[in-house]
Design a protein around this ligand. Structure first.
Ligand code: GCW
Length: 712
C-alpha cells in the first residue's frame, strides 16, 4: 500500500473511531483515558490489581465493569495479581477482617461502604447488588478525578423500588417517546439479544435503578401470552446480573381478551384463578419477576369499576396472585372521569383517599408528582400525605411530554428537587414529599419511585443529548431523594463532558437555569395545560373543542375579561381544601400565594398589582419574554464551549438549542397574543412585539409533531 493510501485509510478509521466515540452512546459511563497525567499516575499507583471476591453473575458484572473502567481511565489492563495496592470488592460478609463489624452493622439491603485499608480500596456491599453499586460509585469517583486516598463512604438506598416505566408498545412505538422506537425488539427476542440491552442494564445499575416496567401502562394483554412471556424472560435474564427486576403492565381485562373468560370481575373466583395461574406461569419463567404496574379505569383503560368494584378490590386481587412469589402491584392513582363533574385536580384524591387502609401489603399506590399531568410546574399532588396507611410511591416523567419533548434542554432535576422538598405539612412542619417517598414519615417499609423513561433507539438513547441528564437525575434521586439538583448536574456534567472546570461550570449553569426558563416561556405564574391538543407539542391556549372539557386549555386557564387562572379556593373548586391546612394557608390568599403557583389557585384580575408592584398582565408578559432571554443565554453559553467539546455532540446540542429558541418565541408570541384579547392591555413598549397575529398561530398545522398520525 502506498503511503498516501495508507494515510487516507488511517484517517478514515480514525475519524470513524472519533465519530463512534462521541455519538453519546456511552452515556455517563465513558471511561476515557484520564487526560490529567497527575491524576492518572496517582490512580495507577493506587490501583494495580482488582480483586472481586465471589463469582456470582452480579459480582461478575462488578468485576467486568471495574476492569473495563480502569482499562479505559488508565489505559492499561489490570486484573487480579499479587501487587500490594489495589481494589478489593465483595459482599461484606465474605470479606473477613477486612470489614469491621461496626461498618457491617451500618449496612442495609443494597447498601455499601467504600474505604481505604492496608493500601487497598475496599468496596464492601451488604449484598451482591450493594457491591455492584459500590463499584459503580468508585468508577464515578474516578470519572470525577476524586482523591481516592481518604475514602470513607457509606451508602444505603433510601427508596426500595427504583424503577423505570417504559411506555413502550408491543409494536415498538413509544407513547410520548421522543427518542426513536422502543429498544425492545419483540420480534427477534428471545433469540437475538441486542447488546444494547446489556448497556441499558449497566447504565441503570450505575445509578441504582433496580427495576424496569418494559411495557406501556396503556397495556396490551398479549404480553401475557406464553411466547411474549418467553421474550420478557430473555430480557429478565440480561437484567438480572445487573440487579434489575423486570415488571409488566397488567391490562385488567386480560382474562377476557387472552383467557376467553366472560368477565374480569376481581371478585369472581374464576377470574382470580386465571390471574393466579398466570402469575405461576410468569414466575416459572422469571423467578425474580417484580410484579405488575396497572392503569385502571383511567382514560379508557378497563378496571374493577367496570364491575362495580373499587380500586382496592382490583389491586388486591392481583396482589394476592403475586404474593406467594414476593411480587408487588404498583397501582396508579392517575384517574379522572368525565362522569365526575369535579375539578380534575381533585379527582384522584376523591377516589383514593377513602381507600386508605384497604390495600394489601404488597400494593403500592403510584401517584404522579402533580394533580393534573406532568405540567412544566405543578403543585404537589394532595395525595402525598393523605394516605398514611398506604405506601404511596412517586411517579415522575423523565420523557418531556409537556417540557419541550425531544428538542428542549430542560434539566428536570430542578423540578424533581422542588417537588421532593415540598412540605406537605401532613404530620406538621417538615413533612416533605421526600419523607413520604422514602417511607420515613409514615413508617413504611415498601417504598418506591418510578420514572417514565425517555429512552429509545436513537444512538444516544434519549434523542436530545441532555435528556441523558434527566435519566441520570432520576436514578440518583430515587436512590437518595434528598440529593441537591446542583450536585447531580455537576456529577453528570463531569462524567459526560470531561472538559475544563470552567466549561463544566457553564454546563451546570445552563442545566440549573433551564427549567425556570421553560416554565417562563410556556406556562409562567402557574398557567397549566395550555398546550396543543393530542400531541401536546407547542402552544394551544385556544383549544376549546375536545371530547372532554378537561382536555381543553380553556378549562384550565379560564381567561375572561376579568382575569386569568383557576379559582381553587372555597369560592371556586376548593381543591386547596384537599391539602393540610398549613399547606393551604400559603396558597389560599392571592396576596401571599407564591407567584409561581398563583394561577393554579386563583382567578386573578388582569390589572391586579402583584407583590412586585406590577400588574398581573405585565408580569405575565415579562415572564414570557424573560424565558426567551434565558434560552438565548443558554445558546450563548453553549457556543462558548465549541472549542472544548467534540464536534458531534456540540453540533447536536447546538441544533436543538436553535430549535428551542425558535419554539420558545413561538410559545411566547402565541400565548401573549391569545391572552391579550382578554386583557385588552398593551404589551410593555420596551418588549419586542409578536411577529404575527393570533389567527396565524391558531392556524399553524404541524402533522409531523411526534405522537400523532400525520393528517390534514
Ligand atoms: O399525560 C397523559 C398522557 C398519556 C398517558 C397518560 C398516563 C400513558 O398524555 O399519553 O398515557 O397521561 O399517564 O396514563
Amino acid at each position: 500500500m502506498n503511503i498516501k493510501l495508507f494515510a487516507l485509510t488511517l484517517a478514515f478509521f480514525c475519524s470513524f473511531y472519533w465519530l463512534k466515540a462521541d455519538d453519546g452512546y456511552r452515556l455517563w459511563l465513558r471511561y476515557d483515558k484520564i487526560a490529567d497525567a497527575g491524576v492518572r499516575e496517582n490512580y495507577k499507583k493506587q490501583i494495580q490489581f482488582i480483586q472481586v471476591i465471589g463469582d456470582s453473575p452480579i459480582l461478575q458484572s462488578a468485576r467486568k465493569e471495574l476492569e473495563s473502567g480502569l482499562a479505559g481511565f488508565l489505559g492499561i489492563n489490570i486484573s487480579e495479581n499479587s501487587a500490594e495496592n489495589g481494589i478489593v470488592a465483595g459482599v461484606a460478609e465474605s470479606m473477613g477482617a477486612l470489614v469491621l463489624p461496626e461498618k457491617k452493622s451500618e449496612l442495609r439491603s443494597e447498601g455499601y461502604v467504600i474505604f481505604n485499608k492496608n493500601n487497598k480500596i475496599v468496596v464492601a456491599g451488604f449484598d451482591e447488588k450493594g457491591t455492584l453499586y459500590g463499584c459503580f460509585h468508585l468508577l464515578r469517583l474516578m470519572g470525577q478525578h476524586a482523591d481516592l486516598s481518604r475514602l470513607d463512604i457509606l451508602e444505603n438506598p433510601k427508596v426500595q423500588i427504583r424503577v423505570l416505566n417504559h411506555w413502550d408498545n408491543l409494536d415498538r412505538t413509544v407513547e410520548r417517546g421522543y427518542a426513536g422506537f422502543s429498544i425492545w425488539n419483540w420480534h427477534q427476542l428471545p433469540h437475538y439479544i441486542d447488546p444494547r440491552y446489556t448497556d441499558y442494564a449497566r447504565a441503570n445499575a450505575s445509578i441504582g435503578i433496580n427495576g424496569a416496567v418494559v411495557t406501556n401502562v396503556n397495556a396490551n394483554a398479549l404480553v401475557f401470552r406464553r411466547d411474549y412471556l418467553e421474550k420478557a424472560a430473555a430480557l429478565a435474564d440480561v437484567f438480572r446480573p445487573y440487579g434489575i427486576k423486570i415488571y409488566l403492565t397488567a391490562r385488567f381485562s386480560s382474562p377476557i381478551e387472552l383467557g376467553g373468560l366472560k368477565t374480569a370481575d376481581p371478585l369472581d373466583p374464576i377470574v382470580q384463578r386465571w390471574w393466579q395461574k398466570k402469575a405461576k406461569e410468569i414466575y416459572s419463567l422469571i423467578p425474580n419477576f417484580g410484579g405488575f404496574l396497572v392503569k385502571a379505569n383511567s382514560e379508557g383503560q378497563p378496571g374493577p369499576q367496570d364491575y362495580g368494584r373499587s380500586h382496592a378490590e382490583g389491586a388486591n386481587m392481583l396482589a394476592r396472585a403475586l404474593a406467594p412469589y414476593g411480587g408487588v402491584v404498583m397501582w396508579r392513582a392517575f384517574v379522572y372521569s368525565h362522569e365526575t363533574p369535579a375539578d380534575r385536580f381533585k379527582q384522584a384524591f376523591m377516589e383514593f383517599k377513602p381507600l386508605d387502609g384497604q390495600f394489601d401489603d404488597n400494593v403500592l399506590i403510584q401517584v404522579k408528582n402533580g394533580p393534573i399531568d406532568f405540567q412544566p410546574r405543578e403543585p404537589v399532588s394532595p395525595l402525598f400525605g393523605a394516605m398514611p396507611q398506604t405506601p404511596v410511591i412517586m411517579e415522575f416523567q423523565i420523557t418531556k411530554e409537556y417540557l419541550g419533548q425531544g428538542t428542549h434542554l430542560v434539566g428536570l432535576a430542578s423540578m424533581y428537587e422542588e417537588v421532593l422538598r415540598t412540605d406537605t405539612y401532613a404530620k406538621g412542619p417538615g413533612s416533605t414529599v421526600a419523607k413520604i417517598v422514602d417511607g420515613s414519615l409514615f413508617n413504611h417499609k415498601k417504598t418506591g419511585m418510578a420514572g417514565v423513561a425517555n429512552i429509545g433507539t436513537d444512538r444516544n438513547w434519549t434523542g436530545h443529548l441532555f435528556g441523558q441528564a434527566d435519566w441520570y437525575a432520576f436514578g440518583r434521586l430515587a436512590w437518595d431523594p434528598y440529593m441537591a439538583a446542583s450536585d447531580i448536574f455537576k456529577e453528570w456534567t463531569q462524567l459526560t463532558f470531561p472538559v475544563s472546570e470552567k466549561a463544566q461550570q457553564t454546563i451546570v449553569d445552563m442545566l440549573k437555569n433551564s427549567h425556570e426558563a421553560c416554565v417562563n416561556y410556556m406556562t409562567p405564574l402557574g398557567l397549566h395545560h395550555i398546550m396543543a391538543a393530542d400531541h401536546h407539542y407547542g402552544p394551544g391556549p385556544w383549544v376549546d373543542q375536545m371530547p372532554r372539557a378537561d382536555w381543553t386549555s380553556v378549562y384550565y386557564h379560564k381567561a375572561d375579561s376579568l382575569g386569568l387562572g383557576f379559582d381553587r379556593t372555597t369560592t371556586g373548586s376548593d381543591a386547596l381544601g384537599q391539602y393540610a391546612s398549613a399547606f393551604c394557608k400559603q396558597y389560599v390568599n392571592q396576596e401571599t400565594c407564591p407567584p409561581e403557583f398563583l394561577l393554579w389557585f386563583h382567578h386573578v384580575p388582569w390589572s391586579k398589582q402583584l407583590a412586585n408592584g406590577k400588574t398581573l398582565w405585565e408580569n405575565l408578559c415579562r415572564d414570557y419574554y424573560k424565558g426567551i432571554a434565558q434560552v438565548a443565554l443558554m445558546k450563548k453559553q453553549w457556543q462558548s464551549l465549541e472549542s472544548e467539546i467534540d464536534p458531534e455532540r456540540f453540533q447536536s446540542v447546538w441544533m436543538h438549542l436553535t430549535i428551542q429558541e425558535k419554539e420558545a418565541i413561538w410559545w411566547r408570541d402565541a400565548c401573549v397574543t391569545y391572552f391579550q384579547q382578554f386583557s385588552k392591555m398593551a404589551i410593555p413598549a420596551d418588549l419586542e412585539q409578536p411577529l404575527h397575529d393570533l389567527e396565524y398561530y391558531e392556524k399553524l398545522n404541524y402533522p409531523y409533531a411526534p405522537g400523532i398520525r400525520p393528517r390534514w
